[in-house]
Write a protein that binds this ligand. Structure first.
Ligand SMILES: Nc1ncnc2c1ncn2[C@@H]1O[C@H](COP(=O)(O)OP(=O)(O)OP(=O)(O)O)[C@@H](O)[C@H]1O
Ligand SMILES: [Mg+2]
Length: 227
């Protein structure tokens, strides 16, 4: 007996990516939520030349990172979340992502993605992966495009960096403003050691950078706690 399997046309990847992410800020936030879920204490979003098409967005965190196996069995598996509903992370956080496929849309906002990650339990070992979406456009089925996961030695600093290069469109001021607001909402206002902080590096929008980087309770004198 011959066994057969479903295979996916690369066009499905393109269409899912386009249909799932409706705005720049929504795409970036999807990746920031993954940093939160990875128990990062800080996630920095850098927007480089995004006032025009072709820019770069970088999302860097100091979370638990991914092993080569996590990349293969988690990050590269689309449309499935390994998170158990209602479960908590090691830092007792309730996972924040919403729809598994959102990440694909985010990664597809540009021509190329470079993932670099260092797993917490392999200090000094980086894994990196480069995705060029054009390779998929030139292939019939998704499985025919091989992705090399490279291992290298570096500083012992766990975390993950996702770089989306060659953005298809400029990020509008409205989108960056919305992104700043959403980043602020994800930031723990009280500086709890187990808390989560976001940073925005967007030289074209200094006022928004400052809004996120100062967070809202910098100026407060009193804090009301409920129990
Ligand atoms: N920044 C990161 N640090 C460590 N692991 C990550 C990071 N981003 C993604 N991952 C891993 O990749 C997996 C897939 O991420 P994806 O966003 O597609 O799904 P999810 O976060 O599990 O689900 P959802 O987004 O629906 O909540 C995650 O479960 C996690 O194991
Ligand atoms: Mg997610």
């Amino acid at each position: 007996m011959n066994t057969a399997t479903f295979r996916f046309s690369t066009d499905i990847l393109r269409r899912l990516g386009e249909e799932l992410i409706t705005s720049f800020d929504q795409g970036i936030i999807e990746l920031v939520k993954n940093s939160y879920d990875a128990d990062a204490s800080v996630c920095s979003v850098q927007l480089i030349d995004t006032e025009k098409a072709g820019g770069t967005a970088v999302i860097v965190d100091d979370g638990h990172g991914m092993s080569s196996r996590d990349i293969q069995d988690g990050w590269l598996v689309l449309g499935r979340s390994r998170k158990i509903p209602g479960s908590r992370t090691q830092l007792d956080r309730l996972p924040a992502g919403s729809k598994g496929l959102g990440r694909l849309g985010a990664l597809r906002m540009g021509q190329e993605v470079v993932l670099t990650t260092q797993p917490q339990d392999e200090p000094g070992v980086d894994y990196s992966l480069r995705i060029r979406w054009a390779d998929f456009a030139n292939s019939d089925v998704v499985e025919n495009v091989g992705l090399a996961v490279k291992r290298s030695e570096s500083e012992p600093r766990p975390g993950t960096r996702v770089e989306i290069r060659g953005l298809d469109a400029a990020a509008s001021e409205r989108e960056v403003r919305r992104l700043a607001r959403e980043l602020l909402l994800l930031t723990d206002p009280f500086g709890d050691p187990a808390g989560f902080r976001t940073e925005l590096v967007a030289p074209a929008f200094e006022d928004l950078e400052e809004l996120v980087n100062r967070a809202y309770f910098d100026d407060c004198q009193f804090r009301l706690a409920g129990c």
